[in-house]
Design a protein around this ligand. Structure first.
Ligand SMILES: [Zn+2]
Length: 305
């Protein structure tokens, strides 16, 4: 089962607490089903729970009765076909939420959302028939796919007003209409909770925590590797310079303090400045200064070869 399927199954198990919310869920589900129309059309889904929920909502929320048929897709997956075969039932569904047949520019009739509590139920219904959520292991993406621009825009506005969400969705045209979507894991998590999919929200939260922890570890590892590389490459240059001085027989002519440092560095190319400073009992800036002096002399020797 896909992550979307899990979310929808969970949402189908939510019992609206009030009648107003039940009507709102019915409205959301049918309005975004692509068959909220006086013309006969069918809502086709791979999800049995969603198909049954559509019919329950139509009956309980609008007093409308529909039909359920079964078929198989070309990939031999079961398909559920929800229809309202009687014209009278279709008109009744439209009228229940203040819509008239044949009016262009379908949009959300805010008057049909009776109370503030109804927004979550309405959006839950909408998600059941036009929503999708990608497996968070792959990517953070939750979308509502909407056929018409006016309907997509009114959904975009409504989602932007939801208080538990701190950022509005994005909206973009797609081949068969528009998508209203989020790519932010935190927003998707909050929206799933708002819709009533607590388990899916928790699953998403766990993925996010794991990903964050892994990113932290990677960031730290990268940082440490970069620092190590710096130490090693600086030490390699110093060793090459000291070796050049030694080859030219000049090491013994250097001041004792430089000779001591050169010997320690040759023996311990892995030592950091701090470690050299501790080993020789001189300050770090002293070590730094002397290393620079050795480097200068050695690299001049290398150039002269
Ligand atoms: Zn309500």
């Amino acid at each position: 089962m896909s992550f979307s399927g899990d979310v929808k199954n969970e949402l189908c198990g939510v019992e609206p607490k009030k009648d107003c919310c039940l009507r709102a869920e019915c409205y959301g589900a049918w309005l975004f089903s692509r068959c909220f129309s006086a013309k006969e059309s069918a809502f086709v889904t791979e999800s049995g729970p969603v198909a049954r929920r559509m019919l329950e909502l139509a009956a309980a929320g609008a007093g409308v009765s529909g039909e359920l048929a079964y078929a198989f897709s070309r990939q031999k997956k079961p398909l559920y076909r929800v229809t309202l075969p009687e014209a009278g039932q279709r008109e009744r569904l439209l009228a229940a939420f203040g819509h008239q047949a044949g009016r262009p520019g379908l949009r959300i009739n805010r008057a049909a959302l009776e109370n503030e509590c109804c927004t979550a139920a309405f959006l839950r219904g909408a998600f059941l028939t036009c929503g999708a959520c990608t497996d968070p292991q792959k990517e953070y993406h939750l979308e509502f796919a909407v056929p018409h621009s006016t309907l997509a825009n009114s959904l975009y506005t409504l989602l932007g007003e939801v208080e538990v969400l701190s950022a509005p969705p994005a909206i973009a045209p797609r081949k068969s209409g528009y998508v209203v979507y989020w790519k932010d894991g935190g927003q998707i998590e909050d929206l799933l909770t708002f819709l009533g999919a607590q388990q899916a929200s928790m699953a998403l939260m766990q993925v996010r925590m794991y990903k964050d922890a892994r990113n932290d570890i990677n960031r730290k590892a990268n940082f440490e590797t970069a620092n190590m590389d710096k130490t090693y490459s600086a030490a390699a240059r110093q060793v090459a310079a000291i070796a050049a001085l030694s080859d030219a027989g000049r090491l013994g002519a250097l001041p004792q303090e430089l000779q001591d440092l050169a010997a320690t560095r040759l023996e311990h190319p892995e030592m950091t400045l701090r470690e050299l400073s501790a080993a020789l009992g001189i300050s770090r800036s002293g070590v730094n200064h002397r290393l620079r002096r050795l480097l200068e002399l050695g690299e001049r020797e290398l150039q002269n070869r």
